[in-house]
Ligand binder design. Sequence first.
Ligand code: FES
Length: 168
Amino acid sequence: MGSSIGAKPSSDFKPLDKILKSMPKAGKGELIPLLQAIQNAYGYLPKDILAEMSRRTGIEPSTIYGVATFYEQFYLEPHGRHTVKCCRGTACHVKGSSRIIRTLQQNLGVEPGGTTEDMEFTFETVACLGACALAPVMVVDGTYYGKMTYRKVDTVLNSYRQASKENA
Ligand code: FES
């Protein structure tokens, strides 16, 4: 159920050292796996780590940021261990997604786009999750919760909190 990666403080170059040692010829062609490895190690792509990676590999910062901002999988800001997405699209809206969104906001204590203080969850709303037949839909990491109701929000979130405690 997701990873237990937390956001490490940046400026700790040891994980970067390790990554670059394991990919000694890393260049533009390996930029995506390189960024994935950095994000796995740090939980997101810290600016100072990207600057150091650019210095050591010779890959231009503009190329790095071009790729990092193009792909949705990359985060330039600290990101929660779990990503909760709730659909605000029409099919979900008519089936009560606004109440689910409000309940998520209350439970997590953050607005859409925010990350909880304990770095457990990042909360996002999206225009359509591509599963309108299951409306209203919520997704946590890759798991879809279809025909969702606001009453189930606490149970679903608590199962992830519980799993994180067990993995701690
Ligand atoms: S509108 Fe919600 S999944 Fe499409």
